[in-house]
Design a protein. Structure first.
Length: 95
Protein backbone atom coordinates (compact mmCIF):
# COMPACT_ATOMS: atom_id res chain seq x y z
CA UNK A 1 0.00 0.00 0.00
CA UNK A 2 2.81 2.42 0.82
CA UNK A 3 4.44 1.85 -2.58
CA UNK A 4 1.27 2.90 -4.33
CA UNK A 5 1.19 6.23 -2.47
CA UNK A 6 4.77 6.99 -3.47
CA UNK A 7 4.06 6.27 -7.11
CA UNK A 8 0.90 8.36 -6.99
CA UNK A 9 2.85 11.40 -5.79
CA UNK A 10 5.20 11.08 -8.76
CA UNK A 11 2.28 10.60 -11.13
CA UNK A 12 0.48 13.63 -9.69
CA UNK A 13 3.63 15.73 -10.14
CA UNK A 14 3.91 14.72 -13.81
CA UNK A 15 0.20 15.38 -14.41
CA UNK A 16 0.43 18.82 -12.79
CA UNK A 17 3.50 19.62 -14.90
CA UNK A 18 1.61 18.55 -18.02
CA UNK A 19 -1.31 20.77 -17.00
CA UNK A 20 1.05 23.71 -16.56
CA UNK A 21 2.52 23.16 -20.01
CA UNK A 22 -0.95 22.82 -21.61
CA UNK A 23 -2.19 26.07 -20.04
CA UNK A 24 0.12 28.18 -22.16
CA UNK A 25 3.45 29.73 -21.38
CA UNK A 26 4.85 28.27 -18.13
CA UNK A 27 5.10 31.74 -16.60
CA UNK A 28 1.49 32.71 -17.47
CA UNK A 29 -0.59 33.37 -14.34
CA UNK A 30 -2.87 30.37 -14.90
CA UNK A 31 0.00 27.98 -15.62
CA UNK A 32 2.22 29.32 -12.85
CA UNK A 33 0.01 27.85 -10.11
CA UNK A 34 0.14 24.44 -11.77
CA UNK A 35 3.90 24.79 -12.12
CA UNK A 36 4.36 25.53 -8.41
CA UNK A 37 1.98 22.69 -7.50
CA UNK A 38 3.95 20.29 -9.69
CA UNK A 39 7.18 21.31 -7.99
CA UNK A 40 5.75 20.83 -4.51
CA UNK A 41 4.35 17.42 -5.44
CA UNK A 42 7.73 16.41 -6.89
CA UNK A 43 9.43 17.49 -3.67
CA UNK A 44 7.03 15.41 -1.63
CA UNK A 45 7.55 12.46 -3.98
CA UNK A 46 11.31 12.77 -3.52
CA UNK A 47 10.80 12.64 0.24
CA UNK A 48 8.72 9.48 -0.11
CA UNK A 49 11.04 7.64 -2.49
CA UNK A 50 14.47 8.50 -3.84
CA UNK A 51 13.66 7.20 -7.33
CA UNK A 52 11.37 10.22 -7.70
CA UNK A 53 14.53 12.33 -8.03
CA UNK A 54 14.42 11.53 -11.74
CA UNK A 55 11.50 13.98 -11.94
CA UNK A 56 13.90 16.92 -11.57
CA UNK A 57 15.86 16.52 -14.81
CA UNK A 58 12.69 15.43 -16.66
CA UNK A 59 10.70 18.48 -15.53
CA UNK A 60 13.49 20.95 -16.21
CA UNK A 61 14.08 19.50 -19.68
CA UNK A 62 10.34 19.65 -20.45
CA UNK A 63 10.11 23.25 -19.26
CA UNK A 64 13.19 24.33 -21.20
CA UNK A 65 11.93 22.62 -24.36
CA UNK A 66 8.50 24.21 -23.96
CA UNK A 67 10.00 27.68 -23.51
CA UNK A 68 12.29 27.14 -26.51
CA UNK A 69 9.39 26.04 -28.72
CA UNK A 70 7.38 29.12 -27.70
CA UNK A 71 10.13 31.37 -29.02
CA UNK A 72 11.77 32.37 -25.77
CA UNK A 73 15.42 32.48 -26.63
CA UNK A 74 16.78 34.70 -23.84
CA UNK A 75 18.46 32.99 -20.92
CA UNK A 76 15.99 34.47 -18.43
CA UNK A 77 13.00 33.39 -20.52
CA UNK A 78 14.33 29.85 -20.73
CA UNK A 79 15.37 29.42 -17.10
CA UNK A 80 12.57 31.23 -15.24
CA UNK A 81 10.00 28.35 -15.35
CA UNK A 82 12.62 25.70 -14.53
CA UNK A 83 13.92 27.78 -11.64
CA UNK A 84 10.40 28.32 -10.26
CA UNK A 85 9.72 24.57 -10.44
CA UNK A 86 13.06 23.77 -8.78
CA UNK A 87 12.47 26.21 -5.91
CA UNK A 88 8.98 24.78 -5.34
CA UNK A 89 10.39 21.23 -5.36
CA UNK A 90 13.08 22.20 -2.86
CA UNK A 91 10.49 23.81 -0.57
CA UNK A 92 8.24 20.77 -0.95
CA UNK A 93 11.01 18.45 0.21
CA UNK A 94 12.10 20.67 3.09
CA UNK A 95 11.76 18.95 6.46
Amino acid sequence: MCLMKQGLLSLAAVIALGAALRRGAPDAPDAFGWLIGAGILAGLAALAKSSALVLGPFACAALLLSAWRRGRRSMAGLLRPALAWSVAAALGSWH
